[in-house]
Design a protein around this ligand. Structure first.
Ligand code: ZN
Ligand code: ZN
Length: 112
């Protein structure tokens, strides 16, 4: 399947992504995405960038970075340091994904 940011200057293909969406309610995800973060994940070796000129990385904590498009502002990726997988916002994937809802995490930090 393919995914892209709103403007298309970050476009990628992914295979074997986990077919569920995980919903993260932590404060970092809420601020980064504007709501809770809904993401799948895939092995880094299964993600191929077709366009990435405007892909930028924000250092969101001492153990992870978040990828976004510096042109249109779309929040796209979550990358824990040293991990062999990439978190991918399900909203940027082309429809239909066929994914199903997965677990909600960090719900104690959920916005009111
Ligand atoms: Zn963009
Ligand atoms: Zn989170």
């Amino acid at each position: 399947m393919q995914g892209r940011c709103a403007c298309g200057q970050v476009t990628f293909a992914v295979i074997d992504a986990r077919p569920t969406a995980t919903f993260c309610h932590c404060s970092q995800c809420r601020r980064f995405s504007g709501h809770y973060w809904a993401a799948t994940r895939a092995d880094l070796t299964n993600v191929t960038f077709i366009a990435e000129d405007t892909l930028s990385w924000y250092r969101s904590s001492d153990h992870a970075s978040r990828g976004f498009c510096s042109h249109c502002g779309s929040s796209l990726f979550y990358q824990p340091d040293g991990a062999d997988h990439l978190g991918i916002a399900v909203g940027c994937l082309d429809q239909p994904t066929g994914f199903t809802p997965g677990k909600h995490i960090f719900t104690a930090d959920a916005g009111d």
